[in-house]
Each structure stands twice: as structure tokens, then as C-alpha cells.
Design a protein around this ligand. Structure first.
Ligand code: HEM
Length: 295
């Protein structure tokens, strides 16, 4: 079976308010969804306060963990801020959080299909951690998936979901060669190119997850590899994103074998805010014959 668009391209990447390519119909439906999410949470909170929600985690003696949206609503309630403030934050989270991981996973699946020996090693790790069980995945399970994590990192090296990000340099910045970049200059950090720098990643086009073994990272410049950016405005969702990707990759490889639709197939890569495959990533997916239920 050939699956095209294994992760369908979302229509949301150009929908941020203020972006040039607004598509009003889609923008309206996204905004409506966001307002609905916020409103239903707001109502739930009000009901909880009134005590009309009968069994709460508190009643069960468990420590309640607030969702990020609860914290936002709490802050906006106490500061008397307008709904639209939380609305914009939810926007950033939803669109910063789903397109990036979806694009990353398409390329991870491609890299696994193109490198069957890597896929076999990953499948072995997954089988070791989960055995014959098909139960729920726990965070302890995910912490054991060390090779899977290296596969994800190596895939993000070759296909960083955010291939380019921008900063403004606030203070004069002396650089090598006696040059000084004046304050106020705009700078683009070109991850896609940086991650292919042979000085840091020898034989850069080779897909080799072991580049991220601790011993192979020693001595590498800490900013040579920054798919989640770095510094105070780096990706706030990187740990969550990594867990999401690990659990999805483990689930798929646990049940399915991925292969290329034809020998030498390579997706055509394009950068539209997020790095994605022009016509989606095409893969063959077949059931993995293990002692667990089939795909
Ligand atoms: C493969 C997964 C992901 C990648 C590669 C990624 C990458 C990035 C990068 C490079 C930035 C910085 C952009 C810049 O400096 O202009 C960023 C920012 C951000 N990301 Fe992610 N991200 C991922 C997943 C997520 C997830 C899952 C969430 C939320 C649940 C998220 C939420 C955000 C937010 C809110 C920001 C803005 C932070 C700020 O401006 O202070 N990201 N991300």
C-alpha cells in the first residue's frame, strides 16, 4: 500500500494574524476553533469553582496539574485582560506545536524507510522496551528509548522543522576576522545550512543517529545544533515535542515496517515557514510481524 501524505499538510501554516498570506475562510474557522477551546475551558473552570463538578482530582487525593490554558486564563482573569490576549497565546501554541512535530515526523518516517538498518535497530529497541505488551506507553518507557531519541535528533539535523529563524542584534557584536556587526542588525540563523556543516557533522548527508551518542557530542560547539533555537526565546515545547515524537515513532515502528515507494525516492523539500515535503512524504507501510497485534 502506498500512503501519500502520511502526515497531511496542514492549512494552518500561513494563518497567523498579520501574516501576508491570510486566507480569510480558513483563518475564520481556525479562530472559531480557538475561541471554542478557550470558552469551553473557561466554562469548565467556572463550574469547578461553583462546585458543580462532582468528583475532582482533589476529591481523589491527587495533586491537580494545571494545563497551560488554565494558567493563561488564571493570569488573564486576575489581570482583567481581554479574551483576545489568551486567544493569541493559544494561537502560538497550537500552530507552533502541531505543524513542527507533524513535519518532523514525516521526515523521521522517510529516514527510517531510507535506512532499513536504522529502522531495524530502532524496532529492536522498541521491542526490548515494550516486549509483547500493547498497553499504554508511560514516560518511563519513553526515557528508555535512547536510540529512538538519537534517530529523531539526526532527522531534525537533516530536516529541521524550523529551517531558519530571525533575531535582532541589540548590541555591537565583534566576530572573528576583526569585523563588528552593528547594533540593530537583523540576523537569520540558518539551521538547515548549519546542520550540514562538515566541520561539525562529517559526511553531513549521511543519516547517522550515532552522531548524537554522548561521546560523539563531546567537544561539539553547543550552538552547532539548535533545531529548537537557543537562549531565552527558544522553543518552549521542545520536551513535550520530543515525547510526542518518541511515542508516535515507537508506536508506528512497533506495528509497521516502513519502506520507500521506489528505489532512490527522496521527498522534494520546500521551506514554507516550516520545512516540509512539496508533495508530502510517500511511503510503503506494511504490518510488522511481531508477537503483538498487527497494524
Ligand atoms: C519538532 C518539534 C518542534 C520544533 C523543531 C520547534 C522549533 C521551534 C523553534 C526553532 C522556535 C524558535 C523560533 C524563533 O526563535 O523564532 C520555537 C518556538 C516556539 N515553539 Fe517550538 N518547536 C517544536 C515543537 C513545539 C511544540 C510541541 C510546542 C508547544 C506545545 C511549541 C511551541 C513553541 C512556542 C510557543 C514558541 C515560541 C516561544 C517564544 O517565542 O518565546 N513548539 N519552536
Amino acid at each position: 500500500m502506498i500512503v501519500s501524505y502520511i502526515i497531511p499538510e496542514t492549512k494552518c501554516c500561513q494563518l497567523k494574524r498579520g501574516a501576508i498570506n491570510l486566507r480569510p475562510k480558513e483563518l475564520t474557522s481556525c479562530e472559531r476553533h480557538i475561541v471554542q477551546v478557550i470558552e469551553s475551558r473557561r466554562q469548565e473552570r467556572q463550574e469547578r469553582r461553583k462546585g458543580s463538578v462532582s468528583i475532582s482530582d482533589k476529591d481523589l487525593g491527587l495533586k491537580r496539574r494545571e494545563a497551560f490554558l488554565d494558567l493563561l486564563l488564571e493570569a488573564s482573569d486576575s489581570a482583567g485582560a481581554a479574551l483576545s490576549d489568551s486567544d493569541e497565546e493559544v494561537d502560538t501554541f497550537m500552530f507552533g506545536g502541531h505543524d513542527t512535530t507533524a513535519a518532523a515526523m514525516s521526515f523521521i518516517f522517510y529516514n527510517l524507510a531510507a535506512n532499513p538498518e536504522v529502522q531495524a535497530r530502532l524496532a529492536e529497541e522498541v521491542a526490548e522496551v515494550f516486549g509483547a505488551s500493547d498497553g499504554a506507553v508511560t514516560s518511563q518507557d519513553l526515557a528508555q528509548l535512547k536510540y529512538t531519541e538519537r534517530v529523531i535528533k539526526e532527522s531534525l539535523r537533516l530536516y529541521p522543522s524550523v529551517p531558519l529563524f530571525a533575531r535582532r542584534i541589540d548590541e555591537e557584536l565583534p566576530i572573528t576576522g576583526g569585523y563588528v556587526i552593528p547594533a540593530g542588525t537583523g540576523a537569520l540563523i540558518a539551521c538547515y545550512q548549519m546542520n550540514r556543516n562538515p566541520a561539525f557533522f562529517p559526511d553531513p548527508e549521511k543519516f547517522d543517529p550515532d552522531r548524537f551518542l554522548p561521546e560523539n557530542c563531546t567537544g561539539r560547539h553547543p550552538y552547532a545544533y539548535v533545531p529548537f533555537s537557543a537562549g531565552p526565546r527558544n522553543c518552549i515545547g521542545q520536551k513535550f515535542g520530543m515525547l510526542q515524537m518518541k511515542s508516535t515513532v515507537a508506536k508506528v515502528v512497533r506495528h509497521c515496517v516502513l519502506s520507500l515507494p521506489r528505489p532512490g525516492y527522496k521527498p522534494v523539500v520546500t521551506g514554507r515557514v516550516i520545512l516540509r515535503a512539496e508533495d508530502g512524504v510517500q511511503l510503503k507501510v506494511s504490518p510488522r510481524k511481531m508477537a503483538i497485534s498487527p497494524c
